[in-house]
Design a protein around this ligand. Sequence first.
Ligand code: SAH
Length: 380
Amino acid sequence: MSAKQNLLELDREGLENFFADTLGEKRFRAHQVMKWIHHRYVTDFAQMTDLGKVLRAKLEDAAEIVVPKVQFEKPSADGTHKWLLGMDGGNAIEAVFIPDKGRGTLCVSSQVGCALNCQFCSTATQGFNRNLSTAEIIGQVWVAARHLGNVPHHQRKLTNVVMMGMGEPLANFDNVVRAMNVMRDDLGFGLANKRVTLSTAGMVPMIDKLGEVCDVSLAISLHAPNDELRSELVPLNKKYPIAELLDSAARYAMRKKGTSITFEYTLMKGVNDQPQHAKQLARLMHKFDNAVQMKDAAKVNLIPFNPFPGTRFERSPEEDIRAFQKTLQEARVLATVRRTRGDDIDAACGQLKGQVLDRTRRQAAFRKHLAEQGIGDAAA
Ligand code: SAH
């Protein structure tokens, strides 16, 4: 007999097809099962009492519901909560919950490690192992939601999801889209489109593809206002330079009236935080607004750099961060500064590293670099 189907791999459409084609059942049975899984956190078919005995036995035979294993979890003093979730072999990924006035945001990983090698990101130093499956992505939401006692539509503790954990979500397109479908489904976690945000380092063709299949909020990791600097910080820029990236972001925004795009900009001391960078960024953002033909189509989110062992970058001083924001605001560009949360548990942006069985040898190179600096292996 073939392996059992993990129902967490399927979105509503996939689950309906499974019920119809594999089990020979009515499609609406899939809806009942989704509610058991995502609204009541039940993974044992025997407890799904509104399904007949025969169907429960059939499910037992052909299907299973496997959620990621929590290896370790850690609350932060500021209410942030981090989970280390075990994947196959020795791999582990991280998810972080960040509560904030009236909202609760979960930061979700999409890959074990990351292949993009952005210079200022801790995940990059871990190298890359593989894509996460749909079950492993939506499983992060499931684990956090259960921990929080979240009841979709009634007791909302988890109000937002950001695909800003480990990995490049658009490099794992199908699994990420399927998982986001479940996040946004009333029978899943019931989140509105705009409360699910996908953040990308700029995989241009995939941004267009995303626009064809869903309507989530889009964040672009920009980090530099010109190609020379951006290519250094985000090597993917050599393939998809800023002009092409902004064009695709503009196409995404224009599909639906009133859509804005967030541009993330990590501020690193002396690297990209100078007044001329802010002015250049303001010009880019004006150009973007013009392309979309909407004021404030571009929103800038400034992220003070979060350091990690062995990095050559430093956080910009507070006054430079404020000055950068002020320059943007005076140029009438919307700019917010992201407050750092969870840094006492290494859960802040860019600090997630999990445990990656690296296939790219980048980890070995980074360990060597640490050793040369006299920083122990354990820090990696
Ligand atoms: N690969 C995706 C999603 C992961 S990163 C992307 O690039 O958008 C989520 C955000 O954190 C990105 O904007 C990323 O550039 C930023 N980030 C990475 N390392 C950081 C660090 N050390 N300090 C602050 N922000 C960082």
